[in-house]
Design a protein around this ligand. Structure first.
Ligand SMILES: [Zn+2]
Ligand SMILES: [Zn+2]
Length: 107
């Protein structure tokens, strides 16, 4: 399962066309919230312990570029400079927010 095409379709959305024909949709906010890098994971855990609201950094949910890493993942570079998140294709697919995937998770 690999993305055939990855395209930023708006300021808040990325669409991925998979080689199995699936048309994936991702919002940048969700992608950033689920950033798999070590420091973001730590931040999520810290937020769970305290009741502090996450501080919104400018550019946090703005995507600068998408790069493919080998043949297993993509690296997202954000406008605030964050770029350590490597999203494997499997992980990306789990985060998919298209109507079809939303329906299967809701049921
Ligand atoms: Zn991160
Ligand atoms: Zn989907």
């Amino acid at each position: 399962m690999t993305p055939r095409k990855i395209k930023k379709t708006s300021l808040t959305e990325v669409r991925i066309e998979w080689d199995d024909g699936h048309k994936g949709l991702h919002t940048l906010q969700t992608l950033r919230q689920y950033c798999p890098c070590a420091s973001c994971k730590m931040e999520i855990e810290a937020n769970e312990r305290s009741v502090m609201l996450p501080i919104l950094k400018p550019g946090q949910y703005e995507l600068r570029s998408i790069d493919t890493v080998g043949n297993y993942a993509v690296q997202l570079t954000w406008v605030d400079g964050h770029r350590t998140g490597i999203y494997t294709f499997d992980y990306l697919r789990q985060l998919c927010e298209c109507d079809e995937c939303k329906r299967t998770t809701a049921e």
